[in-house]
Design a protein around this ligand. Structure first.
Ligand code: ADP
Length: 547
């Protein structure tokens, strides 16, 4: 027997329509690439998104056509989020930190019809314009006054002129909720990037879930600053979630250095921010060096790469800011777990509580996970057994855009289909998952696995260490041995032996790195994560010291 409830589809347009009606006066504050601070409201964002939808119609952008963006976190990007998906086209956010050839490859693979870009990215547009095969309109996200000259072979359109030229009457269509709403490509560190194509339904379900108290705990009383970029996995879904709850939204644009982020947080009284550890490293360094405090920040969500326990403690103990560790992937919309304590943890001594908070956390409803061995057998949830992490749920990818890479799912003994994350993890009896490594980064020494993340976290407890990566380097006797690569803090010094001594008593002797390389910089990827594959290439010719 079928239920008898209304079949109202879950659509991205419903978010901004709701915010307009019920939180219309709530501010959206952006640091613009033009250099100033811009203030608008959800009502105005909705009005301009409708004008923009008319403009896209006039440009011939049809249902399910892809519209690409190369843009920072800002109100114009937010307007595109709602205009493009709202009218039934697909918002394709492209990561501008990728190489121009890769951006052009992605735009061609996605068959993008239009490209919107922030002025910062004009040099990229100049490079990719001759390579793009399907783009018919290129729009600079600025006003007439700031319009750059068009590069050869392209007639640039002006965003503000497009918005001004069209009226704000636009009835958002009642689309099928299964239609695609946005598209994001994985970073593609090995082989070509692959597209994760989100639907209106998956986006809405993800948005509901991340607002819950045991996830990001968002409310209309929050002021939220996603430092995670809107060009990658929809800034972890935060722009949608802020709109849904009516929270004030603060968008930091391209100024992601510690000073700029701190000043904007303080000026706008941000209560919650989200970002990858490398961004928070810069922020904490600035705040620490200048003896500052956070006066409004209550919590920060940290993910995309492992949250170093030292950073967790600094946020919580020194600054009184709760640090919530999160894990996810492009293929998961992207959030999978978040680390919130359970009631029985309330009375734990601080060190025990920190040990839990350093884990990647528990899934929320809508995400199923399990760990399996190489033969696909389930492993116990005892916090010790580690294996390949599998996930399933309505916000998890079924296949990649254009069928790229074939069928990514695996079938278990019960016939259920799971997405293999490529991460290696433990799960404890309370359901807290802890990533021990990416399967590609795990160090295999004499048949035993060593977690590179554990070794990095220990290195980061040394006061002189600013950044640490541990990689497996080929070894004649043990297959691979761990090499610790560190960047020291400006003005700080530490010797190889000092750095290695901190491992004593903290890991079994055979897991202690065999050597340390002190470098000026560790290569970072387009989303601010350490590129350990690049580092492995860099150290391909490394020779171990004689024993
Ligand atoms: P995102 O940009 O959202 O991090 P990607 O798809 O680029 O998504 O990368 C996902 C991968 O990043 C995960 O499979 C995992 O290896 C790593 N990752 C994400 N969050 C964490 C975390 N909290 N701890 C350790 N690794 C993480």
């Amino acid at each position: 027997m079928q239920g008898l409830m209304q079949d109202v589809p879950l659509l991205v347009s419903s978010l901004i329509r709701h915010a307009d009606r019920h939180h219309g006066d709530v501010e959206v504050v952006s640091r613009r690439v033009e250099g100033d601070i811009h203030r608008t409201t959800y009502r105005e964002v909705h009005g301009r998104a409708r004008r923009l939808a008319n403009a896209l119609d006039a440009l011939g952008v049809a249902l399910s056509d892809r519209v690409a963006t190369l843009a920072w976190n800002g109100y114009r990007h937010l307007e595109l989020y709602y205009a493009v998906s709202g009218k039934g086209s697909v918002l394709h956010t492209i990561n501008p930190r990728l190489a121009p050839e890769q951006i052009a490859w992605i735009a061609n693979h996605a068959e993008d019809r239009c490209l919107f870009f922030d002025l910062t990215f004009l040099p990229i547009v100049e490079k990719i314009a001759p390579l793009m095969k399907t783009v018919r309109a290129v729009v600079a996200m600025t006003d007439r006054e700031h319009m750059p000259p068009s590069p050869p072979g392209v007639e640039l359109l002006c965003y503000e002129e497009l918005v001004a030229a069209h009226g704000d009457r636009y009835a958002w269509p009642e689309l099928d909720e299964h239609l695609a709403s946005s598209l994001c490509y994985t970073s593609g560190t090995t082989g070509h990037p692959k597209g994760a194509l989100y639907s209106h339904r998956s986006t809405l379900l993800h948005t509901f879930a991340i607002t819950w108290p045991d996830v990001m705990n968002l409310s209309a009383r929050d002021t939220i600053m996603p430092v995670v970029p809107m060009f990658h996995v929809n800034a972890w879904g935060i722009p949608y979630a802020a709109t849904m709850t009516g929270a004030k939204l603060v968008l930091p644009g391209c100024a992601l250095d510690g000073k700029s982020v701190y000043e904007l947080m303080e000026a706008e009284k941000v209560t919650m921010a989200a970002g990858v550890p490398t961004v928070w490293q810069n922020l904490l360094a600035y705040v620490g060096q200048n003896g500052l405090r956070f006066t409004s920040m209550q919590r920060t969500v940290i993910g995309g790469a492992a949250l170093p326990p030292a950073m967790l403690r600094t946020f919580e103990e020194r600054y009184g800011v709760a640090a919530l560790h999160a894990w996810g992937m492009t293929e998961m919309s992207p959030l999978g777990t978040l680390c919130a304590l359970r009631p029985q943890h309330a009375a734990l001594p601080a060190d025990d509580a920190f040990a839990i908070k350093a884990k990647q956390g528990r899934v929320f409803h809508g995400v199923d996970m399990k760990i399996v061995d190489d033969a696909g057998n389930d492993l116990p949830w005892d916090g010790a057994a580690f294996g390949n992490l599998l996930v399933r749920g309505p916000c998890v990818v079924r296949e990649y855009f254009q069928g790229e890479g074939g069928d990514p799912l695996v079938t278990d003994a019960e016939g259920l289909r799971w997405f293999p994350t490529g991460d290696v993890a433990t799960i404890d009896a309370d359901g807290y998952m802890q990533i021990t490594d990416r399967s590609k980064d795990v160090i295999k020494s004499g048949g035993e696995w060593i977690s590179s993340i554990d070794l990095e976290n220990i290195a980061l407890t040394h006061p002189a260490v600013a950044m640490a990566a541990c990689i497996g380097v080929p070894h004649p006797k043990w297959d691979e041995r761990p090499l610790l690569v560190v960047v020291l803090r400006p003005g700080a010094g530490a010797t190889r032996d000092e750095l290695l001594r901190i491992y004593e008593g903290r890991v079994p002797k055979w897991q202690i790195p065999d050597d340390v390389a002190i470098v000026d910089a560790i290569p970072l990827g387009a989303t601010g994560k350490m590129l350990k594959n690049k580092l492995r290439e860099q150290f391909a010719g490394y020779r171990w010291p004689a024993p």
